[in-house]
Design a binder for this molecule. Structure first.
Ligand code: PGA
Length: 228
């Protein structure tokens, strides 16, 4: 199974989400090969919009097999008097996955390793699958991680999906350094787009992609899905 994870970051409103999903599903529905891959559990598409769009997006997906919603973060608290927080409990019924420890959370919101570990355990407690991000090949991660995303910050695009191309060899070296076991799905993120994704897929050693800028355009994202 290959995982195609769209990380919309802080982009899109409700009407833009409707337009995106209409275009995206139209492309999928015209492509019997991709439908077959979804039906046969060969690919899974995880769309991670901003929190307020999670529920409407889930409704728009209408229970389609292997096209699901995820969120980009969860609160450190589980509930209570914390104005403005979005907890795992609030979203557990409409997010199947959550991105934990993205480097932008560390860079812009000073998220610490301890907080990331706490979020990881909260996600597990609420049965939201954590996609655990590491920025370097020497970062440690919990032994129970099932989805490990290697995303070197220098490779992350400025929002258009066309940043520094991380060589295939350096990603595979990082995978080795990180001692990724067979039980772990190894995800790569950083300027993945329709022009370079085949290089990564062809290694046969990368189980999925976290796609930022290139996921904002439904046709561009569909083109990546088609290649997976
Ligand atoms: P990018 O973002 O594809 O725009 O580089 C990836 C990410 O940060 O998740």
């Amino acid at each position: 199974m290959k995982y195609l994870i769209a990380n919309w970051k802080a982009n899109k409103n409700l009407s833009e989400t409707r337009l995106w999903i209409t275009e995206f599903l139209k492309s999928i529905d015209n492509d019997s090969q991709t439908i077959k891959k979804l039906d046969n559990n060969r690919i899974k598409i995880i769309i991670c919009p901003p929190f307020p769009l999670l529920f409407p997006l889930k409704q728009m997906l209408d229970g389609r097999k292997n096209i699901v919603t995820g969120c980009q973060d969860i609160s450190l608290v589980e509930g209570g008097t914390y104005t403005g927080e979005v907890t795992a409990h609030s979203i557990e019924s409409f997010a199947e996955y959550v991105i934990i420890g993205h480097s932008e959370r560390k860079k812009f919101f000073q998220e610490t390793e301890d907080e990331i570990l706490k979020k990881f355990s909260i996600a597990n407690k609420y049965a939201i699958n954590p996609i655990y991000c590491v920025a370097t090949e020497n970062t440690s991660y919990p032994s129970t991680v099932k989805f490990l995303c290697y995303e070197p910050p220098a490779a992350i695009s400025g929002g258009d999906g066309h940043g520094n191309f991380e060589s295939v060899q350096s990603i595979l070296n990082a995978k080795q350094e990180l001692k990724v076991s067979k039980m772990i799905k190894f995800i790569y993120g950083g300027s993945v787009n329709r022009g370079n994704v085949a290089n990564y897929i062809n290694t046969g050693q990368i189980d999925g992609f976290l796609i930022g800028g290139a996921s904002l355009d439904p046709i561009h994202f569909y083109d990546i899905v088609k290649l997976a």
